[in-house]
Design a binder for this molecule. Structure first.
Ligand code: NAD
Length: 488
């Protein structure tokens, strides 16, 4: 407890929970009612150094542990995660604000990464070929990279950390996790359960904080690899800093995901998909659709039923109101930022087709709420189209051809998701071929790949070479060694 009577989050270093000691703290909110539910210690180099030392000391034994034994711990972890599935989902809702249905979905996606990681004995296999020259055989093996760090954003408190550490650990690496200071509670529980599953001390470590911890992780001489997920400016900074310090880096950034709607798209289906994509998790998703390009009469077909459906949507406190379709955004500060974007859209001349400001939540008026918002007649020159808003705001651009839609999408500078709604296979094929984004949806509003596929952001949405999840995840957390043998 600190002076405000609030629990300050503990660190997990070398198998023990410890207090951060005398460091500044920041509040963790329940966004549904604006209350402070915990405090995050803003640690620095000292705490990072302790965690890295523990991870380095644990590395020789852990990397020498047979892969089946490492995987067996993850099998036990899956079991514990299932037992705690509902409690974990509620924790995600409590500190992030997304609905319980969304929280459950995100915890499920995270568990699927652990299940995938349990396949390590197969996924870590190398290649071999005998007699590549007279009397010479050749083979490859995959060995762990070493001490890895994971730095994560606020919007998926369980899923995004789970993109990283299960694969890193099963490959024989040790790990230091730094979750977002806005949502540290889920990460604490995830680490507790991992320890309960039997992971040896020092293999997984947890530190809390912000910029100072991130910079300490990116520059620490004893860290070998850094995985980052967050906004693009920070993703770029982490990539540049950590690579300059000799580390292997995968760094996923922000997004501005375009959804092109052709006139032949089924309106009812498209409206449902748009609602899920734009307003799911209150728009706080790197895969959220945030720009709709309506081709020819698609706007007339889709916008009126979309607005009608949004008028029926219940915005409310997701921690206590099961009927809430959409929750708050994460903090008051973030809400103010999203309001700033709405003001800028108005100033730039876009028309506010549905205004979510002033949404009333009488049960918990102190929560951080914004109702579903739509701008029509937006243009690529406007800030609301150029920048990531990360809230429940859709900007609609009207155009007269698929080509122009693709062109608009490709100039965004980002490259996470791009979506096309159509009934025309040829248009879908053209779109998939020409769009400059790593994850493409054809009549799928949120084309987020499952654990066994890589999460393939492009352009300003990703810095590095090997993405998270899938076989690329295994490639990132291992180094290949080629051996040529002659026993003449
Ligand atoms: P953020 O960039 O503010 O923070 C991410 C992490 O970086 C946090 O742990 C934070 O403590 C740290 N950080 C923040 N500012 C920093 C700075 N100046 N220097 C060093 N470290 C810093 O992101 P956020 O607001 O927590 O999360 C939302 C962002 O994450 C959105 O841009 C979203 O698109 C992105 N995101 C991307 C993906 C993806 O796969 N591409 C997935 C989820 C979220």
């Amino acid at each position: 407890m600190n002076e405000n009577g609030m629990n300050t989050c503990p660190l997990f270093i070398d198998g023990s929970w410890t207090d951060a000691g005398d460091v500044a703290t920041e509040p963790v909110f329940n966004p549904s009612d604006g209350s402070v539910i915990a405090r995050t210690p803003m640690c620095g180099e000292t705490e990072v150094d302790s965690a890295v030392r523990a991870a380095r000391a644990a590395l020789p034994d852990w990397s020498a542990t047979p892969v089946v034994d490492r995987a067996r711990i993850l099998f036990r972890y899956v079991h514990l995660l299932e037992e705690n599935f509902e409690a974990l989902s509620r924790l995600v809702t409590r500190e992030h604000g997304k609905t319980l249905v969304e929280a459950r979905g995100s915890v499920r996606r995270g568990i699927e990464v652990v299940e995938f990681a349990c396949g390590a004995p197969t996924l870590l296999m190398g290649d071999s070929l005998e007699q590549i020259a007279s009397g010479i055989d050749c083979d490859t093996i995959r060995q762990p990279v070493g001490v890895c760090a994971g730095i994560t954003p606020f919007n998926f408190p369980a899923m995004v950390p789970m993109w990283m550490y299960p694969i890193a650990i099963v490959c024989g690496n040790t790990f230091v996790l730094k979750p977002s200071e806005k949502v540290p509670l889920t990460a604490i529980r995830l680490v507790e359960l991992l320890h309960e599953a039997g992971l040896p001390s020092g293999v997984m470590n947890l530190v809390h904080g912000g910029v100072d911890v991130v910079n300490a992780l990116c520059t620490h001489p004893d860290i070998d690899a850094v995985s980052f997920v967050g906004s693009s400016p920070v993703a770029r900074h982490v990539y540049q800093t950590a690579t300059a310090h000799g580390k292997r880096v995968q760094s996923a950034g922000g997004a501005k995901n375009y959804m092109i709607i052709l006139p032949d798209a089924d309106p009812a289906f498209t409206v449902d998909a748009l609602i899920g994509s734009v307003y799911g998790c209150a728009g706080e998703r790197c895969m959220a659709g945030s720009v709709a390009v309506a081709v020819e009469e698609a706007a007339q077909r889709v916008l009126p039923p979309l607005r009608e459906a949004l008028d029926e949507m219940k915005v409310g406190p997701t921690d206590r109101e099961p009927a809430a379709d959409m929750g708050p955004v994460v903090t008051r500060q973030h809400l103010d930022k999203v309001h700033g974007y709405i003001a800028s859209g108005l100033a730039d001349g876009a028309s506010l087709y549905r205004d979510g400001r002033g949404v009333e939540v009488p049960q918990t008026p102190e929560g951080f709420y914004l109702g579903p918002t739509i701008f029509d007649d937006a243009a690529t020159s406007m800030k609301i189209v150029r920048e990531e808003i990360f809230g429940p705001v859709l900007s609609v651009i009207r155009t007269d051809s698929l080509d122009k839609g693709i062109e608009a999408c490709n100039q965004s500078g980002f490259g996470n998701a791009a979506v096309l709604f159509t009934g025309d296979g040829k248009a879908a094929r053209t779109f998939r071929n020409r769009v400059s984004a790593g994850m493409v949806g054809i009549n799928v509003g949120v084309p987020a790949p499952m654990a066994f596929f890589p999460f393939t952001g492009w352009n300003g949405s990703f810095y590095g070479d090997l993405h998270m999840q899938g076989k690329e995840g295994f490639a990132f957390y291992t180094r290949q060694k080629v051996t040529m043998s002659r026993w003449a």
